[in-house]
Design a protein around this ligand. Sequence first.
Ligand SMILES: Cc1cc2nc3c(=O)[nH]c(=O)nc-3n(C[C@H](O)[C@H](O)[C@H](O)COP(=O)(O)O)c2cc1C
Length: 142
Amino acid sequence: MLVRLLYASRAASPLTAPVVDSILAQSRENNPQQGITGLLCFSDDIFIQVIEGGRDEVCKLYNAIVRDNRHTNVRILSYEEIDARRFGGWVMGQVNIAKVNPALLLKHAEKAVLNPFNCSGHASMALLDELVATASVVNRGN
Ligand SMILES: Cc1cc2nc3c(=O)[nH]c(=O)nc-3n(C[C@H](O)[C@H](O)[C@H](O)COP(=O)(O)O)c2cc1C
């Protein structure tokens, strides 16, 4: 059975390329064997990640992610059982929000900044769908 989980968190310290690269390297290493796919969006200090896969695998990964001291304030934005993946093309796609057209951020939010903590999970998921539709995702990885 497939599930999709969306969460947001705050980076423990201002994000640097090596931190993001190390997270993506772990994702590329681990996710294929667990059948996990998804998308990691980040700004200077915030992560939003969607992970899809089997329920056991998604829950196990989420529990590992919550314990990771590279971020804090991990908050589930949505969790659902799904019939099909929406992010199946990515072992873990990445989107640097600094490189995204501000109009895209404004489409579903009050300001052109990434702030999943003050909008609905539905709006954050709509933003991720938009990022996929506008080919803003890089690092296909599989
Ligand atoms: C924001 C964020 C996203 C992460 N995403 C993944 C992921 O998709 N897959 C993964 O294996 N680890 C991910 N991690 C790392 C896990 O928290 C954990 O460190 C890792 O799974 C442990 O892998 P290892 O046992 O190979 O060292 C993420 C960490 C953070 C902070």
